[in-house]
Design a protein around this ligand. Sequence first.
Ligand SMILES: C[S@@+](CC[C@H](N)C(=O)[O-])C[C@H]1O[C@@H](n2cnc3c(N)ncnc32)[C@H](O)[C@@H]1O
Length: 431
Amino acid sequence: MYCGDVLALSYDEQGIVVNELPWDTVHNGEIYFIKNNNTTYLTHGIHKYAGKYIPQIPSWAIKNAQYRMKKEHLNILDPFCGSGTTLLEAATHGCSSVGIDIDPLACLVSRVKTRTISDDVLLNLNVDFWNIFEMTTSNYMPNIDNFNHWFNENNIEHLSRLYETIRTYQSSTDLFELLLVTLSSIIRKSSNADNRSLKTYVSHTHIKKVPDALEAFRSHLKRNIARLIELNQVIKYSETYVHNPASSSESGYLPVKESFDCVITSPPYIKSMDYLYNQMLEVLWLGPYLGINGKDALNQYKKLYIGSQVRDKKYIPLIGIDEIDSFIGNIFKLNPKHAAICAQYFSDISDHLSATYDLLIPNGEYYMVVGNSNVSGIEVPVNRFVQLIAIRQGFTVNFDIGYIIRKHYMIFPRVKSGGLITTDWIINFRK
Ligand SMILES: C[S@@+](CC[C@H](N)C(=O)[O-])C[C@H]1O[C@@H](n2cnc3c(N)ncnc32)[C@H](O)[C@@H]1O
């Protein structure tokens, strides 16, 4: 059933009902139902991102780590930062942070979400932009095949003119990127593609009423400016860096050298998400800026993501932990390609845990959020397997707790026979 643009799930309140997760005492195996469902406060609502976690999770993890480490100012790493939920929470809790993500749109959203711009400049933007827009014409066409399949004539003209106007701000990175993110946030809704599907496609059964792109942009820009003005009032600290390993000048798996007190992250789920396919229209509109020009470049770029792609379907790496290898062996009997995806996923997670271990200070904390995806009809116990890998790496496991996912703004295919999987797991490791 749909509720606005979120999917409202029916649920049994089997979890422990709380307003927010308790930050001093939680016990292994507990499952929580978090009542507070305001997930778009400050700049959290600036751009949708499939796979985004609720800000209450990093907010709780930061308070937990501050309490346990007896330290207010933490240097936090989110190595799969997506749209920057952890980074914004770090900034509002007085912590510095570094975010890493392979997805260029996610990196852009993360930067815009955490960057403060003075109130005067923001208020001027809303006037200046429209003055420039009035004088701008455009023939810009992004590199998208079958353009008229995706957009109506009116919105093609408006989006193109908006893009051309935004380009006049190139010398002012802060405003330029804010405007690009605002444009990106209205692309899907201004297209003929279904708003809630994980894959970008035009549904012939669910006929969409497409809004006018200009009006959508006008109201989003106003709203985003208000969000940033609100952020100026509450942000305590904004030392935030965002790296994309594909474009970073630093080489290596994690392109950072400093050490961190705490890692808070949610890695990709196995086989549940093709981020570029999900945001195909947004990425292709912003293609020249994001460095992904056209469908071929997009298909090449996809190979860099963990979780959804199999790099070599004949190669099934051994993880070296019997329980995981025999599980993958059973998947192999059902579907060798799925076995390769699973094995590669746990091999990538193992490399990741080894690299992050080196970046954490002694006694540093790691909060990892994972979901147990379904592969070949079998639920993969990701929460257990990452613990086994982390222990082998040298981490100790303090606890794992679950929380019930209340809203999916997009429909995740993590289906069990009974419907959507509605629990994610937070695992706390210590170095
Ligand atoms: C579950 S999402 C994180 C969402 C984030 N917590 C948020 O609130 O927006 C996982 C992220 O991992 C990123 N990712 C996938 N493969 C990666 C890689 N090889 N290196 C870095 N990031 C990667 C994806 O682009 C995606 O943004």
